[in-house]
Every structure is written in structure tokens, then in C-alpha cells.
Write a new protein. Structure first.
Length: 77
């Protein structure tokens, strides 16, 4: 009888530990996805800021300022 109770408690403990490991793994995976999304968004914002900062250029010879599109900016560089 005591052996059955001990065996049952070990099974319950193993199930609880396994469940906790699954929950922790899910939380870690979700936090990694969130961090990856934040990093990707910050990189996009940084690229947009660089493009906006370098978009106004002076036309050679005329000195006239104009706003270039992103394809023109990369073509000039």
C-alpha cells in the first residue's frame, strides 16, 4: 500500500515537472519571438531614418535640393 502511494506520488511529481518544463519552454519561445520582432522592427526603423537623413541631396551642377526615392539613393551610393 505504501509502495503504491509512493509510486503514484512519483508519477504525479513527474507529470508536474514535465508540465512545468513545457510551460517554461513555451514562455521562453514566445519571449524569443517577441525579442526577434522588436529587433527586426528597430532595424527597419533605423534603415528608414538613414534613408530619410540621406534622401535630400544636391543635384550636381545646379545646387538644387530634391528628395530622392529609395531606389535612386541606393543607385547613387
Amino acid at each position: 500500500m505504501i509502495a503504491v502511494v509512493i509510486a503514484r506520488s512519483r508519477v504525479v511529481a513527474a507529470v508536474v515537472v514535465a508540465h512545468n518544463m513545457v510551460v517554461v519552454a513555451a514562455v521562453v519561445a514566445r519571449s524569443r519571438v517577441v525579442v526577434a520582432a522588436v529587433v527586426a522592427r528597430s532595424r527597419v526603423v533605423a534603415v528608414r531614418k538613414v534613408i530619410a537623413a540621406t534622401a535630400t541631396v544636391y543635384r550636381a551642377g545646379t545646387g538644387e535640393a530634391r528628395l530622392l526615392g529609395p531606389y535612386e539613393i541606393f543607385a547613387c551610393s
